[in-house]
Design a binder for this molecule. Sequence first.
Ligand SMILES: Cc1ncc(COP(=O)(O)O)c(C=O)c1O
Length: 459
Amino acid sequence: MSKLAMLGGTPVFSGGRPLEDPWPVTHAEDAAAVQRVFEKGQFVGIHHPEVEALEAEYAAFVGTRHALALGSGTASLHAAVAAAGCQPGDEVIVPALTFLASASAILHHLGIPVFVDIDPRTFNLDPQRVEEAITPRTRAILAVDLHGLPADYEALHAIARRHHLVVIADAAHAMGAVYRGRNVGSLGDINGTSIMPAKQLPTCGEGGLFSTDRDEYLNRASMVRMFGEIVRKGQPRAYNAYTLGWNYRMNPIQAAYARSQLKRLPENAATFSANGRRLAEGMRQLAGLVPPHIPEGSTHVYHMFRFRLDPQAAGLDVPAGRLARAVEEAMEAEGLPLRFYQNTPVPGQAMFQLREGFGGGVPWTLPGANPRRYDLEEYPVTLDVLEATRCIGRAGTSGPNYFGRPATIDLYLEGFRKLWEHLPDLARHARRLDYQPPWSNPAPSTRGEWDVLTPSTPG
Ligand SMILES: Cc1ncc(COP(=O)(O)O)c(C=O)c1O
């Protein structure tokens, strides 16, 4: 039995090929689609044929009446928050574990993110906590299909109906996943997603897609995308803004590439799901390695594969956080990197701790807004998940780099099996670590550090 690589043994994977598969993969037809745009020579426009065709094809794929192409996933979510009718100081409920943009999209419209804890097994919004967080200022619930698994929409829509709220779905991690027979991208009243290159539906740059069944939501989002104007196809532009809008248009090059990639999304999503299942099944053979729970009726497309370390189940008397760190270090030495995805609940980031936002405490200090501070103890499940779990892969990568072929999964399984043959060594290493929880050292979070980053105000 070979020693652990971190103790001088031979690593399971020592190169020979790159561990990560390239993503996105550009096929000849993707390149030809981009070339079409150059040949046409028109490089902007909400009515550009490539942009309109992407909208129609995406709406048909996800199963909504309407879609809009925008410049980024963040823009699509900002447009969704605006479309939901969020007014300055309104609250939008959002999970404490997600990427910052789910929450900053709310702030962009002067809404106040209300962070809610997650389910310990799916890592998605916990509907019971959602209901407890509702106040008279709540306008919407912004659910995230975290890591590629759809949120619990049946429960969320039931809550929304009871309290007259809008459900916004952040589908950025889960393109190609299915929830009770319906495609991600159609599960919220309003849906936003990202198609930047790390995502399952990638484009050759930045991009986002908005989708909904309701005309009213589409119309509001269209104005947000185009300077606040209403621009009708075939009619002269009136140059009259009805509301504050931005320039959130998608480039036709990105639209053409995404259209071509959309054709392969179902096949790619099925591959990621199958290889994720393979890893989950292998992990279940090793007591104490816990793959993500997938509720009946959902598929998971593994933008991230987050798994839990359960020391008790492994028969080890070490805290889960220490075991997770030891497994991370041991796997790294075996040539099989593991990573964090977020090292603090989003409300632990400096902007929320300092309530900087737009400056002057806005939007938290807006008249009529509920006073709100973000205390990390309100998110015990998220804190536990951040300590006791890790994701497959190296920092800066995502699922498609690993879940494209069984051979990569089998390398990871070989690595985990090797570690599990050396559990006493792993436990010894875990006990000796100089250990701090991951959120104890996030980005600048004190006033002093922030002052260094901001120019002083004249006068
Ligand atoms: C969950 C989630 N929502 C929203 C976004 C924002 O998307 P974009 O980077 O395209 O603005 C991302 C990141 O890309 C994300 O991971």
